[in-house]
Write a protein that binds this ligand. Structure first.
Ligand SMILES: Cc1ncc(COP(=O)(O)O)c(C=O)c1O
Length: 381
């Protein structure tokens, strides 16, 4: 029987492909964005205690109250903003679920959604499943700054949502206050919401990233998404959260309750206790990753790669134009097979990649010794 696919152009993601090829060839895997080091032992112990103490049934649909309160405190500490944990914070199964819930609840068939390419691979399929249409603003290397005139031109009466991501995967750029202000000026007189993907909210270096939490007007229209997978080195736990004004939260929860209903209760309990007992952990994250970024960059100094600036996230972009004429997918396959290092081709984050762009993404959420060996192998090219 013929299956009429709702996502005919979606196949296996490049992350799965590159990780599988890296495993097959025994290459160092700097492709997929996950840490290769353990999380804080105290957090792991809290999770095992939570399991043994019987926190193993459904939590409230909106998330454990202790966790929503702790998230409220986290937001107050970082952004000096008071949010209502009962009506404005929802715990989700990773940021992915939060993004999916937000898009499903806000986008109607025929609505347009503006996003910035290169974009995280989940956005477009979620918009398509909701019957929406993506309009893309292309961010160009090396600065990857939005052209606000182009954004203004692309916004129409059909635009329902603008999807932003800062600190930005894969480019490592961070938006500033002016960016949020420009966005606000464009959408303020229209019926448009913002979905702000801030999963790397605590990982930004000398150039600080601004959060939608800090823009008093924009945040009243926005759904802000984050992930403890990124902040606590626990991508496999899939615990995220979403902050939105109560009217938006009500709509989003209608989807959330049927997608997952709730997120693993013992992990929620453990994260809540950890946030309360080690409140400084999130503020220490930037320094922790800056060290890793600098180790990788220093080890690549003098190589034939050009290193692009990295203001935030745990991703470093490299330009390989001086090394090869291959396109970036072929170059990444070559790297795995001949150099023993797996990376991600940046073109996969674009619908129409800029011609001639030769960029790969390395994940530096790895032990320093791994980063050094990988860089030494890359530097031989
Ligand atoms: C930009 C961005 N958004 C969302 C996610 C998904 O986060 P989670 O693992 O919490 O679902 C990721 C994970 O890599 C990401 O890089």
């Amino acid at each position: 029987m013929n299956i009429a696919s709702k996502l005919p152009n979606v196949g296996t993601t490049i992350f799965t492909k590159m990780s599988a090829l890296a495993a097959e060839k025994g290459a160092i895997n700097l492709s997929q964005g996950f840490p290769d080091f353990p999380a804080d032992t105290r957090l792991l112990e809290r999770a095992s205690q939570a399991l043994l103490q019987g926190n193993n049934q459904y939590s409230p649909m909106t998330g454990l109250p202790i966790l929503r309160d702790a998230i409220g405190d986290l937001i107050a500490r970082h952004y000096d903003r008071k949010v209502d944990p009962v009506n404005e914070i929802t715990v989700t199964s990773g940021a992915s679920e939060a993004i999916f819930d937000a898009i499903s609840s806000l986008v109607h068939p025929g609505d347009e959604v503006l996003l910035f390419d290169p974009a995280y691979d989940l956005y477009e399929p979620a918009v398509q499943l909701a019957g929406g249409v993506c309009k893309r603003v292309v961010l160009k290397a090396p600065a990857f700054r939005p052209d606000w005139t182009e954004v203004d031109t692309l916004v129409s009466d059909k635009t329902r949502l603008v999807l932003i991501n800062t600190p930005h995967n894969p480019t490592g750029t961070c938006w500033q206050n002016e960016d949020l202000e420009q966005l606000w000026q464009i959408i303020s007189t229209r019926d448009i919401h913002v979905l702000s993907d801030e999963v790397y909210e605590f990982i930004h270096f000398q150039t600080k990233s601004v959060s939608v939490h800090q823009h008093e007007l924009l945040r009243e229209r926005s759904v802000i998404v984050s992930s403890f997978g990124k902040s606590f080195h626990l991508t496999g736990w899939k615990v995220g959260y979403v902050v939105a004004p109560s009217a938006l939260t009500r709509e989003l929860r209608k989807v959330h309750q049927f997608v997952t209903f709730c997120t693993a209760t013992p992990f929620q309990q453990a994260i809540a206790e950890h946030l309360n007992e080690v409140p400084e952990a999130s503020a220490e994250l930037a320094g922790f990753y800056q060290q890793k970024r600098d180790v990788l960059r220093q080890a690549l100094e003098g190589s034939r790669f050009t290193l692009l600036p990295c203001e935030g996230t745990y991703f470093q972009l490299l330009d390989y134009s001086a090394i090869s004429d291959l396109d970036d997918v072929a170059f990444c396959e070559h790297l795995i097979e001949q150099v023993g290092v797996a990376a991600i081709p940046v073109s996969v984050f674009y619908q129409n990649p800029p011609t001639g762009q030769k960029l790969i993404r390395l994940c530096f959420a790895k032990d320093e010794s791994t980063l050094i060996v990988a860089a030494q192998q890359l530097a031989q090219l």
